[in-house]
Design a protein around this ligand. Structure first.
Ligand code: GDP
Ligand code: MG
Length: 442
């Protein structure tokens, strides 16, 4: 879907926070700029974009760190919260009373996605166990009834309509009578108007007679920021309204539509993300942002940051890379990793390293970690600092002392020289994160 692009560029912005050697003022400014660029590309209003990036910068730089939260986590949190905020502060689920009649009326200009949206909503509520029905009052567009009927049959939802009747209100009232005792009744309307004013006039007329519990304006997300004009007019006209932003799969301007609508203060309750009947989501800004970023929610995002924060002491790393890598270092390194979870995941967090360690080494490393520790413990200090002195007799002694076999001790020594060599190679290749400028992992 087109929002994926926005999602991935926002995620890239956050990755900067994950990966930066130190999260300082420059990092924050760059992140704010990245977010700016991502939002502008998604047609978000320039003023809004500047506002959000400024807020990110201000909060990230000036706010005191909450206890137990690192700078890195805090910046991530700020970005997440500010993105959520500009999509509408509060989650706004549609209020449906179980066991009672809930009438929803869909309005919107022609082609915005009402009929599709009506069927999607019907499917949505039906899936949640509510007795749901549809009414088609579009007497204007030829084939309107057939279109909704086709969609409704796919959802297995009953529909009322009368292609021969010209009076929309009459059809609606008749339908409501027929579906007496149903829990959710969704009314699809014609919305033949191109301009907002006449659309609103008709909506008001329909509202007076039908008295829906909620009127939902369907806006086409592909029109980007323009969606705000409709939302604003609608917002002023009806106190019981919410918004359904359709076609968010269709264009890169979805972010613009969502943010512009949210900026009017109108409540977005649903979004449409495709032509199929199941392509509907209830809109909860925080969850939406989480999904956009490819994460569940703020917590899972912060978890990701915490993972990136695993400490590998800088001094040690420097030493490894310069080739001063002894068995003592190896031992300490393993020791410090021991409490931190799977080796494989851990090593991936050392920038540049995961790409260079063969998969099978990582696998065996995890299994062997315990054994290796014991073996190294059974060595003398001299052996640990100068592994070159290992000869057969020493190997035999260490094997006996650690309750392992000579083969296993040799294996450890092989792993050791392999790691040592690898570190050297890494340094030679001058990986961006290595060498002199090895990052502080804090
Ligand atoms: P209406 O005139 O307001 O009733 O709009 P329709 O429901 O007939 O939709 C107009 C067109 O937009 C149809 O071709 C739909 O298939 C398409 N459409 C509606 N919602 C979505 C959506 O979320 N994504 C995509 N890609 N197309 C949609
Ligand atoms: Mg229609």
């Amino acid at each position: 879907m087109a929002l994926d692009h926005l999602g991935s560029s926002l995620y890239e912005a956050l990755r900067r926070v994950f990966r930066a050697p130190v999260v300082d003022e420059e990092t924050v400014k760059q992140v704010a700029r990245d977010v700016q660029r991502a939002l502008l590309q998604a047609d978000v209003n320039v003023k809004l974009v500047l506002e959000i990036s400024k807020r990110i910068e201000d909060r990230a730089l000036k706010e005191k760190l909450p206890p137990g939260i690192s700078r890195r986590e805090h910046v991530t949190k700020v970005v997440y919260e500010e993105l959520t905020r500009f999509l509408g502060e509060k989650p706004a689920p549609l209020k449906i009373e179980i066991g009672k009649r809930n009438v929803l009326m869909l309005v919107g200009i022609q082609g915005s996605g009402k009929t599709t949206g009506a069927a999607k909503l019907a499917r949505y509520f039906q899936k949640r166990g509510l007795k749901t029905a549809l009414i088609c009052t579009d007497t204007f567009r030829p084939g309107a009834y057939a279109q909704l009927e086709q969609l409704a049959s796919r959802a297995n939802v009953p529909i009322y309509g009368d292609p021969k009747e010209k009076n929309a209100t009459k059809i609606a009232l008749e339908g409501l009578k027929r579906f007496d005792g149903w829990e959710v009744i969704i009314i699809d309307t014609a919305g033949r108007h191109k301009d907002e004013k006449r659309l609103i006039d008709e909506m008001k007329r329909l509202e007076r007679t039908i008295k829906p519990g909620e009127t939902i304006l369907v806006v086409d997300g592909t029109i980007g920021q323009q969606a705000a004009i409709q939302a604003k007019a609608f917002q002023e006209a009806t106190p019981i309204g919410s918004i359904f932003v359709a076609k968010l799969d269709g264009s890169a301007r979805g972010g613009g539509a969502l943010s512009a609508v949210a900026a009017t203060g109108a409540l977005i309750k649903f979004i449409g993300t495709g032509e199929k009947i199941n392509d509907i989501e209830s809109f909860v800004p925080s969850r939406f942002v989480g999904r956009l970023l490819g994460m569940g929610d703020l917590e899972s995002l912060l978890e990701k940051v915490r993972e990136a924060e695993v400490r590998v002491p800088e001094k040690k790393m420097q030493a490894f890379l310069s080739g001063r890598f002894t068995l003592t270092d190896m031992y300490e390194w393993f020791e410090s990793m021991r409490s931190m979870g799977p080796f494989k995941r851990l090593i991936k967090m050392v920038p540049g390293l995961s790409y260079n360690i063969p998969e099978e080494i990582m696998e065996t490393a995890q299994d062997s970690l315990e054994k290796w520790r014991v073996i190294i413990q059974s060595m003398t200090n001299e052996e640990r600092e100068k592994p070159k002195i290992f000869k057969q007799s020493r190997i035999r002694r260490v094997a006996r002392g650690s309750g392992t076999t000579e083969k296993e001790v040799k294996k450890l020594l092989e792993q050791y020289s392999m790691m040592k060599k690898m570190m050297k190679t890494l340094r030679r290749k001058r990986f961006p994160f290595f060498g002199k400028k090895f990052p502080k992992m804090t």
